[in-house]
Design a protein around this ligand. Structure first.
Ligand code: UD1
Length: 378
């Protein structure tokens, strides 16, 4: 079946957002609706809340069926079929998946089953409905110990140290093979660096279950007094202050990167020439929409150390944040930040917000929602 293509106005374009109630998903829904797209969310709420969907409505003022929500897992094929039957879906932004690194080591079967099978079901149902446009939520984790810094899209991928990372690498391969086997597909793999921050309204943000694994939510919970002190994993790395360096990116910037990816797929931005660095540029369709596999880093290109982050957060919350130096965490790399020129040149996208703003927005979300979505109804 031919690909429907994306050569139409956003108002006539319906985007399926899997995992749309989650952290990055909810922010992406806001940007899609603000840009006029119709949005259908499918989310099993296993690590998210329907309150986030209600908040997306509040932020955007969209109260009608320009936004629809289905509480389903992608493993339920009949449910996924129903979503495609009831909506004329043009493209998919695929976030849904388990994402806790440590947990994945103890539950490999659950991680492989959910992340891989969910994607396979989704792609199979989608192609049967002529929807062959997909943006995949990948991660800088696919680079493993990076060959060079800043990391460009041509850097060799390395074996992930955990099943979660492995599912990202495997799904990139599966989606690439999908295009190779059927040139009607248009796939974009977005490799995120470290998304933090929250929407400026303070209504949506990151809501980790239990004790956070990632640095920012942990720092935020220390700042508000729910946790005692930050444990800094290692101060003997080969970095300016010895602590790990990462490329933190505001989640709203990241969300906007997905809108840019849709514009790129529609042939509205970019050079139209065959691009380098991992991209497979197929023959564009007669209507100018792209076919192929596009790979882009989404980061700021700037590295911040753990201590930089703590200092920036102290400025945002107005008081000191206690921390203690601990041994290195297994599987961590010293430094990881993105080459961002490809996304800039091809997608016409660059990150706008700095670390100060990321911490301010994160703090606003934390203070307005000290228990995340748990005690909220809308
Ligand atoms: C982690 C995952 C990565 C995943 C990403 C999702 C690992 C090894 N990697 O990236 O696969 O895609 O989250 O957002 O888990 N740190 C502390 N104290 C803490 C927590 C973190 O010092 O309590 C340090 C880490 O050593 C690192 C930095 O803070 O230097 C960022 O850590 P984190 O937020 O967990 O992200 P990544 O490890 O980069």
């Amino acid at each position: 079946m031919a690909n429907k293509g994306l050569a139409k106005a956003p108002e006539d374009t319906c985007i399926l957002v899997t995992g749309g109630a989650g952290f990055i998903g909810s922010h992406t829904c806001v940007e899609l609706l603000n840009n006029g797209y119709r949005v259908v969310i499918i989310d099993d709420l296993s690590n998210s809340s329907e309150v986030a969907v209600k908040r997306v409505r509040r932020i955007t003022g969209v109260t009608d069926d320009r936004l629809r929500f289905y509480q389903n897992t992608l493993l339920d094929r009949a449910a996924v079929e129903r979503v495609f039957d009831e909506n004329d879906i043009d493209a998919i932004i695929h976030f849904a998946g388990f994402k806790a690194v440590g947990e994945s080591v103890h539950k490999p079967l659950e991680y492989y089953w959910n992340n891989l099978t969910g994607t396979l079901v989704l792609c199979d149902v989608a192609r049967n409905h002529g929807c062959k446009n997909l943006v995949f939520s990948s991660s800088a984790t696919v680079y493993g110990e990076p060959e060079r810094i800043p990391i460009d899209e041509d850097c060799e991928k390395h074996q992930a140290t955990n099943p979660y990372g492995q599912t990202k690498t495997m799904l990139e391969q599966i989606l690439t093979d999908l295009y190779v086997g059927d040139n009607e597909w248009d796939i974009v793999l977005l490799r995120y660096f470290n998304p933090i921050g929250a929407h400026e309204s303070g209504l949506i943000g990151e809501d980790p279950k239990g004790i956070p694994n990632n640095l920012l939510p942990y720092v935020a919970q220390v700042a508000i007094g729910k946790l005692e002190k930050v444990h800094v994993f290692g101060d003997d790395y080969d970095t300016p202050d010895g602590t790990g360096v990462r490329d933190y990116i505001h989640v709203v910037d990241l969300a906007r990167g997905h809108v840019s990816a849709l514009n790129w797929m529609a042939g509205r931005v970019g050079t139209g020439k065959a691009t380098t660095r991992g991209t497979i540029a197929g023959e564009p369709a007669a209507d100018g929409t792209r076919r192929g596999v596009g790979i882009f880093n989404l980061g700021t290109g700037k590295g911040s150390s753990v201590l930089d982050v703590i200092r920036a957060f102290e400025k945002a919350c107005g008081h000191e944040i206690p921390y203690v130096i601990e041994p290195r965490r297994e599987g961590d790399v010293a430094a990881c930040y993105a080459a961002v020129d490809k996304a800039r040149d091809e997608l016409g996208w660059t990150a706008q917000y700095d670390m100060e703003r990321m911490c301010q927005d994160s703090w606003r979300w934390q203070t307005m929602n000290p228990d995340g979505y748990a005690s909220a109804t809308e």
